[in-house]
Design a protein around this ligand. Structure first.
Ligand code: GSH
Length: 210
């Protein structure tokens, strides 16, 4: 299997999952954003986004979906839940929540704070940054009573949601995290597989906003 990755980007979900599972993989690290700095990448993935993932005939572009694929395809329920598990619905909900609800407003904030900053767009970025923090409400509440998202153990749901918290930190939105949420992110970042995944490539270096 092969992953196309940019340091700090959503492809980190996949790299982290492959490291946790001890899978044999190949990784190609690209500059961010690749559609600007590595134009020929568009011939590999016409979207120009990362992750891009290939495993035999399978090719995928959705970070949380690829983590789910790895659990199912390789029967790695040590990192996921089977469909007959009582918390299966909650598990899928966190997986979808991670990108559709949490990372979506973050990427708009990132785009307008850092990649295409203009005075008018600053207000849009501020608005989406606030939206992201508001959308943490369900997670904040859950973490008051639980160490992990489902089944009392670490799964790919923690990878998918944990990455959104990690990106929020890179975007300097973490001052508004609740204490239990900040502590959860710290615990996740101490996992050896996260450290191995995160140290691949140059750190994502966002310019100062002021
Ligand atoms: N929903 C996709 C989104 C992929 C995506 O937009 N990735 C961003 C990096 S976090 C990207 O490649 N942006 C570069 C660009 O838009 O040119 C996923 O979860 O993987």
């Amino acid at each position: 299997m092969k992953l196309w990755h940019c340091s700090g980007a959503r492809s980190l979900r996949v790299l982290w999952a492959m490291e946790e599972m001890g899978l044999d993989y190949e990784v190609e690290i690209l500059p961010f954003p690749p559609r600007v700095f590595q134009r020929d990448y568009l011939q590999v993935n016409s979207l120009g986004t990362v992750p891009y993932f290939v495993d035999g005939e399978t090719e995928m572009t959705e970070s949380s979906g690829i983590c789910h694929y790895l659990v199912e395809r390789y029967q790695r329920y040590d990192f996921g839940l089977p469909a007959d598990h009582t918390e299966y619905g909650a598990y899928l909900n966190w997986l979808y929540h991670s990108d559709a609800t949490l990372t979506f407003p973050q990427t708009i904030a990132m785009r307008y704070y850092y990649l295409e900053p203009t005075p008018e767009k600053q207000a849009v970025a501020d608005d989406y940054a606030k939206w992201f923090i508001a959308r943490l409400r369900r997670l904040d509440h859950h973490l008051q009573e639980h160490e992990f998202l489902v089944d009392g153990r670490f799964t790919i749901a923690d990878i998918a949601v944990g990455y959104a918290l990690y990106l929020g930190r890179a975007l300097k939105l973490d001052a508004d995290y609740q204490p239990q949420t900040a502590a959860y992110l710290q615990r996740l970042m101490q996992r050896p597989a996260f450290v191995r995944a995160d140290e691949q490539g140059e750190p994502l270096n966002l310019p100062a906003t002021e």
